[in-house]
Ligand binder design. Structure first.
Ligand code: ATP
Ligand code: MG
Length: 393
């Protein structure tokens, strides 16, 4: 059996709604760890996972993409007896291959007061014993390279924290905060936007608009790969709606005032996203828009988009530099896919000189002229829906 000790993230601080978050956390762990999980115990802001022997790496990889966990450690447990604690600790150090000269400290917590030794006495006893075992080690209480954690509860839990080692995705358990519809293009920003709202506890479905035959198979494959990469962060699964936007796009192209084509297109996409929102019982649309990144994202353009958008639009990238967005895309492993060149309808149909200061009335007029309500309904009703990861046929 492999034991993992998890520390719950910031939802622990929520007084009234904490049970709700805990329930969601437990459900998410059960689902994403299904092949490996044997037992799950939630107690005092800690989560104890007992997993199938030999699956430490697989479980760690999933936990690293599970929001709601402040940090987690692979641990060993021992009975409440000093000699047993020592031999378990020795086995743990040997498995972890920690024996080089290093600065360490022992950190004991003793919520279980029935254990006869005080925390301080136990840490001194274990520290001295470790120095005998590893004479090249040094005690360093302030900047240790290795912290030996000992938690005395109904059993004793032992684990190691190596200096600068970071794990745990942070955030809130996905699903605890409601659902959203992510507008997923093939670019760098929108997958990051999805990740950020996942991190705040939203569960997502994604929508992609394509314009065949103007956009090709490669563009679709890219988005499928992105959906595949986003699924683990979305608590293991992500449904992608693919919408044929060609008819609407061609109609937009016939409008006068070509400089407004992008923004009109964006608002029509949002109208379709709203229909998905209603069907999926979601409450917001999420985009990868970032202030002043391109013409359709100037403050004036965002103001118009917002005024004419049919639902709450969340833009978690709005205040971020491109470089910051790229760094997140690299961590979440979508960057390499996002930069594969493939024509996207936004770039393909972008006007030569897009408006940077559109007026609400002008854009609203154009949308009225389009009279696209039927086309919107039709595009939505013909959506292709696939859930990722896809099982191999
Ligand atoms: P990204 O890197 O996410 O493509 P971007 O900076 O290229 O964003 P735009 O092309 O102006 O910006 O698109 C802004 C946002 O509109 C995107 O982040 C995405 O949320 C949404 N969007 C644009 N095109 C599509 C599309 N074809 N399908 C779904 N959503 C789209
Ligand atoms: Mg784009």
């Amino acid at each position: 059996m492999e034991l993992f000790l998890l520390r719950a993230g910031e939802y622990m601080l929520k007084k009234g709604s904490r049970p709700l978050f805990e329930k969601q956390m437990q459900a998410n762990l059960k689902r994403s760890l299904k092949p490996y999980l044997q037992r799950i115990i939630m107690r005092d802001g800690r989560i104890y996972l007992q997993c199938v022997e030999g699956q430490r790496k697989a479980v760690s990889q999933i936990l690293n993409k599970t929001f709601g966990i402040a940090d987690f450690h692979w641990a060993k447990e021992s009975p409440l007896v000093l000699n047993e604690i020592k031999s378990t600790l020795q086995a743990l150090l040997e498995t972890e291959g920690v024996s080089d000269a290093l600065r360490f400290k022992v950190d004991v917590k003793r919520p279980n007061k029935s254990f006869p030794m005080q925390s301080y006495d136990l840490s001194v006893a274990l520290g001295g014993w470790l120095l005998d075992l590893y004479p090249q080690w040094k005690v360093d209480l302030h900047q240790p390279e290795l912290t030996v954690k000992v938690e005395i509860r109904e059993r004793v839990y032992l684990y190691l924290i190596k200096h600068k080692e970071r794990n745990g995705a942070g955030g809130l358990p996905v699903g605890a905060v409601g659902r959203g519809v992510l507008m997923l293009s093939g670019g760098i920003d929108s997958p990051v936007a999805g990740y950020m709202m996942n991190k705040r506890g939203m569960n997502l479905v994604a929508v992609h608009f394509h314009t065949p035959p103007y956009t090709g198979e490669e563009a679709l494959q890219k988005v499928e790969q992105l959906a595949q990469a986003l699924a683990p962060w979305n608590s293991g699964k992500l449904s992608l709606y693919t919408i044929n936007f060609t008819e609407i796009q061609l109609k937009i192209n016939q409008l006068p005032k070509a400089e407004f084509a992008t923004i009109v297109g964006r608002i029509l996409m949002m109208k379709i996203a709203r229909l998905i929102m209603l069907k999926e019982d979601a409450r917001a649309i999420i985009t990868g828009e970032a202030l002043a990144q391109v013409a359709s994202q100037t403050l004036e353009s965002l103001q118009v988009t917002d005024a004419l958008s049919p639902a709450l639009v969340l833009r978690p990238c709005v205040g971020m530099d491109k470089q910051e967005i790229i760094e997140i895309a690299q961590t979440m492993k979508t960057f390499a896919t996002s930069i594969i060149p493939a024509a996207d309808c936004c770039s393909l149909f972008a006007p030569d000189r897009p408006a940077t200061r559109p007026k609400i009335e002008e854009v609203a007029d154009l949308i009225t002229q389009l009279a696209a309500e039927d086309l919107i309904e039709k595009a939505f009703s013909q959506a292709k829906i696939v859930t990722y990861p896809q099982r191999e046929a």
